[in-house]
Design a protein around this ligand. Structure first.
Ligand code: AMP
Ligand code: MG
Length: 520
């Protein structure tokens, strides 16, 4: 394996001087050296060919013993020093103190074609940050993270990536339903990849400890390596840095709302400083369009991270980051300006995004109202978000009275579409049809444009669960089938239409198909 190793993180940032793998508070350091735990019987289940080639791995590399050993934690790649990162975070609105990589171990960085990537094992054993956890991950959550991060990438959503999914051959004890019935499950490791895994919490921890020296070192490092176009670190660059994090995070959240992705645990330790979607835990995809939906059972009481609240939560998290960076600038105004801009930019970008989903390019003062009434209609009876928007692309100008025929497949209970509901829909289609007159493009051009923003295939919760159930029985074919389909989420893929379907009835209440809990 010929790889171009980089070691900027460990070379340029302060390390924990303690090299024992014991749980502790780690002060004035950005990371601790730690070795992955060897596994009993490692076996690769899947490798992302796209990610492998982006990293410069050849077919032969992927098939080699060294690849298997390194990406299951059984061998440390020559001349590298694995480490776990120190960070804190606000969890569900409260400062939680030190968290850190409790079950993630960074192996090394690779530079390929001018892009730097950090490769990280998730589930490779305990670290000084493991707290009460075992540092391990189970097969079901690993399949979910593996498939979803690659699917998000192909959807065009900024995200961390995944290189490989492997079984460890070890058993991991988990209480899946949190009901006191713990059981052994298959252990697994995902190799995650991102230009950096730094999070808002990476900065918050130093601010909370009033360790402004290390805070500055880390912010300067981040700018030098990940925001280098901003120039030499200074008070001005710090606020520009924040402004850019705001903009990138905004971009990410617009994409989430566009494709109906609900993260589930938007704590500040899960917010990437690069505006990437990171930490795929109890995430879910909207099936019925519903602003109030969250997949996370741990959050059912307040539904803090429900679909419709994700933009507010991003803003709340950005406030925490602003507070953490403030000591380096000592002036609140530039931060406040960026946060204010977020609000107006969000409204504008969200409207643009929703307009693109219904194929509108021109300006009309009433577009916001048109979209608001569409959302009202979508909430009248359970309506599949993905199918609705994709089907709407087939609408033909002048066929308002038949509008419902184009989208009827999206209704979960067609019998619920009473006369009055049908009438509201017809009214909406009349307005939509009238509005389309203002557009200059043909039906076909509009459909093509809409199909480029309204995916046909997303990783529905039940699809991931089916892949998990099969994998539990030792059959990994479905993982590959889903991986291949989700590489082209916007393409028609006529041979795979069975996955362009509403969630089946059996999946409505099945564990794993609709609700999940944190940190499994
Ligand atoms: P998460 O909700 O997955 O983002 O995790 C929140 C925090 O808990 C992070 O610091 C994780 O590293 C840690 N954590 C989650 N699961 C485990 C585990 N099984 N062992 C050790 N630490 C964990
Ligand atoms: Mg996390």
């Amino acid at each position: 394996m010929k790889i171009n190793l980089k070691h900027t993180f460990i070379e340029e940032l302060p390390a924990d001087s303690n090299t024992q793998n014991t749980r502790r508070q780690v002060k004035e350091a950005c990371f601790s050296y730690v070795q992955p735990k060897p596994t009993k019987d490692p076996k690769l289940i899947h490798v992302s060919d796209k990610m492998a080639s982006a990293l410069g791995f050849s077919e032969a590399d992927i098939k080699s013993q060294l690849f298997l050993d390194v990406f299951t934690g059984n061998k440390v790649f020559p001349n590298t020093k694995p480490y776990a990162m120190c960070y804190g975070g606000h969890q569900f609105g409260h400062w939680a103190g030190q968290l850190g990589d409790g079950r993630a171990i960074n192996l090394f960085d690779i530079e390929n074609k001018t892009q730097q990537w950090t490769l990280q094992l998730k589930g490779a054993g305990e670290t000084p940050y493991s707290r009460q956890g075992d540092g391990l991950a189970v097969l079901r959550s690993s399949i979910r993270e593996y498939l979803c991060s690659e699917a998000m990438y192909h959807l065009g959503v900024p995200t961390s990536r995944a290189l490989s999914l492997a079984l460890t051959g070890d058993e991991v004890l988990r209480d899946m339903l949190y009901d006191g019935n713990a059981a052994y499950e298959k252990g697994a490791i995902v190799t995650r990849v991102a230009p950096s895994f730094l999070r808002f919490g990476s900065y918050e921890i130093f601010a909370a400890r009033q360790d402004f020296k290390t805070l500055k070192i880390l912010v300067d490092y981040t700018i030098r390596h990940h925001y280098s176009h901003l120039g030499k670190p200074s008070k001005t660059t710090y606020t520009q840095f924040f402004e850019e994090v705001v903009q990138r995070t905004l971009e990410m959240i617009i994409h989430w709302q566009r494709v109906g992705f609900v993260h589930g645990v938007m704590n500040t330790d899960n917010m990437s400083i690069l505006g990437l979607t990171i930490d795929y835990g109890p995430y879910g995809w909207l099936e019925g369009f519903d602003f109030g939906w969250t997949p996370n059972t741990t959050d059912l009481q307040n539904k803090r991270y429900r679909f419709g609240n994700q933009p507010n939560m991003v803003l709340w998290n950005l406030y925490q980051l602003a507070n953490a960076l403030y000591p380096l600038v000592e002036s609140a105004e530039p931060f406040e300006n960026s946060l204010e801009t977020f609000k107006s930019d969000f409204e504008r970008r969200s409207l643009e995004m929703m307009k693109s989903k219904i194929g509108l390019n021109m300006y009309d003062a009433k577009d916001e109202l048109l979209i608001k009434s569409l959302e009202d209609c979508l909430l009248l009876s359970e309506t599949d978000m993905t199918i609705f928007f994709r089907q709407l692309g087939n609408f033909k100008k002048g066929s308002a009275s038949k509008g419902l025929d184009f989208v009827k497949d999206a209704f979960y209970s067609p019998q619920e579409i009473s006369d009055s509901i049908a009438q509201q829909w017809r009214d909406w289609f009349e307005r939509y049809d009238f509005r389309l007159e203002k557009e200059t493009i043909s039906d076909k051009e509009r459909r093509l444009g809409m199909n480029a923003v309204n995916p046909k295939y997303v990783l529905r919760n039940y699809m991931a669960q089916m892949a998990i159930d099969e994998a539990d029985k030792g059959n990994y074919k479905l993982i590959d089938e889903l991986y291949q389909i989700l590489k082209k989420p916007y393409a028609e893929q006529k041979n795979h239409e069975k996955w362009y379907a509403k969630r089946p009835d059996w999946a409505r209440h099945k564990v794993g198909c609709s609700m999940l809990s944190c940190s499994s």
